[in-house]
Design a protein around this ligand. Structure first.
Ligand code: CMX
Ligand code: CO
Length: 146
C-alpha cells in the first residue's frame, strides 16, 4: 500500500539559494541534507508535516553534483522546477513488483539507497502520464535504548 506523499523532488541550480528561498518565503527549515553520489545529487529535505502512518512528507531540493547526472540533464532541458513525486510505502519491494506486473517500467532491479537511509526505486515517467514517480520505504526508526 502507498500511504503518503513522501516527498516532492524539485531540481535547482543552486541548492543554498533555493533553501534560503524556502526558508525566507515559507519558513521551512532544512531537516536533513546529504550528497548521494550514486544519484548525482546534493539534496536538502525540508519536512512539511508528519503523517498518520508514522512517516512524514518533505520537499526534496536537488542540485546536480556532476554534468552527466539525471538531474543535470533534466535542468539543461527544462530549467528549474518539479522533477518527481515520491510515494511512501512500508514495502517498496512488494509495491515495485506489483506495479511492474501492471506493465509500468520499474527502473531498478533492486531498490537503491535514498535520503536518510531510505530504500527507493523509480517508475518511468513515460508510463506514468509524464510524471517521474519514486517509491520510498523510510529507514526504520531506531528505538531508544532502555
Ligand atoms: N519527469 C518527466 N519526464 C521526464 C523526466 C522527469 N523527471 N525525465 C525525463 N523525462 C522524459 C523526457 O522529457 C523524455 O521525453 P521525450 O522523449 O518526450 O523528450 C524522456 O523522458 C527521456 O528523457 P531523457 O532526457 O532522454 O532522459 P533519460 O531517458 O536518460 O532518463 C529517466 C530519464 C527517468 C530514466 C532518468 O531520469 C532516471 O533514471 N531517473 C531516476 C533517478 C533520478 O531521477 N535520480 C535523481 C533523484 C534522486 C532522489 O530522488 O533521491
Ligand atoms: Co526523490
Amino acid at each position: 500500500m502507498l500511504t503518503r506523499i513522501d516527498h516532492i523532488g524539485i531540481a535547482c541550480f543552486d541548492l543554498d539559494r533555493t533553501v534560503e528561498f524556502y526558508r525566507a518565503t515559507y519558513g521551512f527549515e532544512v531537516f536533513h541534507s546529504e550528497v548521494n553520489e550514486e544519484q548525482g545529487v546534493r539534496e536538502a529535505m525540508l519536512k512539511i508535516n508528519d503523517t498518520s502512518d508514522g512517516g512524514a512528507s518533505y520537499l526534496q531540493l536537488l542540485e546536480p553534483t556532476r554534468p552527466d547526472s539525471t538531474v543535470a540533464k533534466w535542468l539543461d532541458k527544462n530549467g528549474e522546477g518539479v522533477h518527481h513525486i515520491a510515494f511512501g510505502t512500508a514495502d517498496v519491494d512488494a509495491e515495485a513488483a506489483g506495479i511492474g506486473e501492471k506493465g509500468v517500467r520499474v527502473l531498478y532491479e533492486e531498490p537503491r539507497r535514498g535520503s536518510m537511509g531510505s530504500r527507493i526505486t523509480f517508475l518511468h515517467p513515460k508510463d506514468c502520464h509524464g510524471v517521474l514517480t519514486e517509491l520510498v520505504t523510510s529507514a526504520p526508526v531506531e528505538s531508544p535504548e532502555h
